[in-house]
Design a protein around this ligand. Structure first.
Ligand SMILES: [Ca+2]
Length: 196
């Protein structure tokens, strides 16, 4: 009997990490799918109005640096481009938002502080420390309270290893960026979706 229990215990210890890994992978894949679904919705909206605005193509009324939060609920769902609010199991809260980036320049900070995250700047190709998203508007997914490892795995999937930061630091490269808070050990993640 003890022999059988020992074997079962060994089997469980071998299988459990794989089970947890599978659950973790499913959550990351779901986050990627949510971002891909949002991109389709944004393209649908843009195809309809050839601009990034509100319901019926209205102006969002944002000045330089202004942020329009919860654009998924306020616009994409009423427009029929998205079925349900943007969400992810790797985040405490999630939303899609539009940021007016008219005032952004290559030197605009990307993710070296919580404030920098709000600027809508990205270094998508990872060259230098330069913001390469210049235009009028950016649409991005915001995921708050993300476990550091989940943030890393999301970046690995969407950006690849060369555009992913090491554990315990902020990620300022690629389309997935985040500010890592050493006090809470969690990341505030932003995912580039589109800009005009
Ligand atoms: Ca990244």
């Amino acid at each position: 009997m003890i022999g059988v229990l020992s074997v079962l215990a060994i089997l469980a210890s071998m299988l459990l990490p794989r089970v947890f890994q599978a659950i973790s992978s499913a959550r990351i894949n779901e986050a990627v799918a949510s971002c891909n679904g949002a991109r389709v919705a944004i393209n649908q909206y843009y195809g309809r109005y050839t601009r990034l605005g509100g319901v019926n193509g209205s102006d969002l009324g944002l000045s330089s640096g202004g942020i329009f939060p919860n654009w998924d609920v306020a616009c994409l769902i009423p427009e029929g481009c998205l079925e349900r609010p943007f969400q992810s199991r790797i985040a405490n809260s999630a939303q899609i938002r539009v940021v007016n980036i008219v005032g952004n320049i290559p030197d605009t900070p990307i993710a070296d502080s919580a404030d920098a995250l709000e600027r809508g700047a990205y270094n998508r190709n990872g060259t230098g420390a330069i913001n390469d998203v210049i235009g009028s508007w950016i649409v991005e997914a915001c995921l708050e309270g993300v476990d550091n490892q989940d943030a890393i795995e999301l970046s690995l999937l969407l950006d690849g290893p060369t555009l992913t930061a090491a554990a315990g630091s902020s990620d300022e490269i690629g389309r997935v960026k985040y500010f890592f808070n050493p006090d809470t050990r969690t990341a505030s993640v932003r995912v580039y979706l589109s800009h005009r």
